[in-house]
Every structure is written in C-alpha cells, then in structure tokens.
Design a binder for this molecule. Structure first.
Ligand code: CP
Length: 317
C-alpha cells in the first residue's frame, strides 16, 4: 500500500478485516518489520483514541514514533498559497516536506473548516499533504473521511456477527449535538459498509441532515428514527452538521437522542459510537453503560486497524 486515504486504497475489505483479527490474536507477529523505521503522527486537531492507538500499533510493529500537536507545540502554519505571511510563521509546504524527512510513514489529522464546502469536499488540504510528503501518508481523519475509525468499526461488527454470517441490519443514526461536527465518521462508515454485501445498511437522520449522496447513495435512508430501528442488530450513533446547509446546526422538532426506549424497538441491537461522546445529549447513560454497548471494543479495535494499515505500508517500503 502506498498511501492510506480511504477504503479505495484497500484491495479487499474482507481480507483486511481478517488480517486485522489475526493481528489482534498475535499483535507482535511482525515486530521485526518496524526495526529502524519511524512513524510520525501529526495532529492539526485534538485526539485521544487516534493518537494513542496509532502509537500502540506502531510499537506492536517495532517502530519508533514521534507525535506533533501542531497547535500546541509548533509554529502557526499557513495553509493557503500566495498569502503574505504576517500572522503565520511556517507554510504547510515546508512543514509537511520537513516532517516527512523525519519519518518513514507520515500520518496526519486535518479536520474540515465546515464553512467552505468545496474546499472541504475536494480535500484540498489533504491533497497538499499527499503532494508535499516524501513518504507514504496515512489519513487520521481528513475533511470528509475517517478511514481508520471505519476499519475499526467494521472489524467490530465482524466480531459481533460471526463475520457477517448472523443477521446484520446496521443503522447509522444521526443524534443531536450542540456543536457543529464533521461528516467524516458517517461518510467513511457508509463507504466501508458499502463493500460488505451481507450488511443491510440504513442511515437514519432528519431530512435536514442528509449526507452527500456520493457516500450515502447505496444506503436506505429513513427520516423516521423509530421505523429505522425496527429489527436492527447494530445502532451506530453519530452526530454530524448539515451538508446541504453546510456546517450548520439546524433546529429540528423531534428528539433524536438514543434512549433505552428506542433501543427496545431493535432486535437487541449492539450500541456503537466512535467516541468521544456527550452523555445525555447524544445518548442516554443507560444505553452507553448497558451490556449491549460495544464502544470499548470499537476503541480497542482502533489499535489493530492502525496496525494492519501501517504493516501494509511497511511491507511496501
Ligand atoms: N474516534 C476518534 O477518532 O477519537 P479521537 O478524536 O479521540 O482520536
């Protein structure tokens, strides 16, 4: 694998899930491959899971790791070309080029701005990172996609469905939030799920929150959460801001919070969320803390999702 930007960089999703599960059983199987190799983790935005699971994945492969939180530990970066840099100290071109000299794989997180739809949905910033890096690049969440999260999500669903053999109705449900959040988890999850033919995939959201068709066109879309939840085996809750009214939080009449009562409509569904989650805004405590909540397993699988991707790239070097 040369770069990892999206599911399109994976040859076969079933194979990569299987290989991830093998790594989960034997995490140190490829410890020698990372000898004298360094992975650089660069964050333009906050992170808990991505940052630590990638470090753990790199250690499992015997790699060295460095981490840079750009906003806390570095110069103020100029993202645009041609500007007179009065308020910024270092251009993205030099920053990425230089950081890529200090590692064998460069992994980067850059959230969307959520006001310029074309800039975000054309992945202008991540394309610059791919252009300026002299080493393979891994997407730790870009403007529109969060592929390592989605890989962890499909690994988790595979584990809880006997590798998609048992009934597998998966509902990605929009849930409320007070802030304007990216679409990347929902877009990316939808993209990965589309590669797994055994999954009956539904997106439940208010009509004001329809996702970009490019990512949602293979899903059944429900604007009634109760209808969508009937017989579901997995409920994946996530908030995202509006796509049509780009980046906005729009008031809606119904309450879309995931509650214990709504979970009772499902077929004893497992509850999923990528975290972090705002309790009692997105989901009730009792759902999050129930035996059917598999949020920690999802978070744990972030290690093996990152590890298999780093391994594929190391094997290519
Ligand atoms: N789910 C996820 O990406 O978590 P972090 O933002 O904490 O990395």
């Amino acid at each position: 694998m040369k770069n990892f930007f999206s599911v399109e960089d994976v040859i076969n999703v079933y194979d990569i899930i299987n290989e991830s599960l093998l790594l989960k059983k034997k995490p140190f199987l490829f410890q020698k491959i990372g000898k004298n190799k360094t992975i650089g983790l660069v964050f333009f935005n906050p992170s808990l899971r991505t940052r630590i699971s990638c470090q753990k994945a790199a250690f499992n492969l015997g790699c060295n790791v460095w981490v840079l939180d750009i906003n806390k530990d570095s110069w103020k970066i100029e993202m645009d070309d041609g500007n007179i840099m009065i308020n910024t100290q270092e251009h993205i071109k030099e920053a990425i080029s230089v950081m890529s000299l200090y590692c064998d794989i460069l992994a980067v997180r850059t959230f969307p701005n959520l006001f310029d739809k074309d800039y975000d949905y054309n992945e202008i910033l991540f394309k610059k990172i791919l252009l300026y890096s002299k080493v393979p690049v891994v997407n730790l969440e870009s403007a529109t996609l969060h592929p390592l999260q989605s890989l962890a999500d499909v690994i988790t669903i595979a584990e809880y469905s006997s590798f998609f053999k048992s009934k597998c109705k998966v509902v990605l449900s929009w849930a409320p939030h007070i802030k304007s959040l990216p679409h990347s988890v929902a877009n990316s999850f939808s993209q990965w799920i589309s590669k797994i033919k055994e999954i009956d995939f539904i997106i439940a959201c208010p009509k004001e929150y329809n996702l970009h068709e490019k990512f949602s066109n293979h899903a059944k879309i429900f604007h009634n959460q109760y209808e969508a939840f009937k017989n579901a085996n997995f409920i994946y809750a996530k908030n995202w801001s509006s796509f049509s009214n780009y980046g906005k939080v729009i008031d809606i009449d119904d309450n879309w919070m995931i509650t214990e009562d709504k979970m009772k409509i499902t077929n004893k569904a497992k509850f999923m969320h990528c975290l972090p989650v705002r309790r009692n805004i997105v989901v009730e405590d009792s759902v999050l803390d129930s035996n059917d909540s598999i949020i920690l397993e999802q978070a744990n699988n972030r290690i093996y999702a990152a590890q298999i991707i780093f391994l594929k790239i190391l094997q290519f070097l």
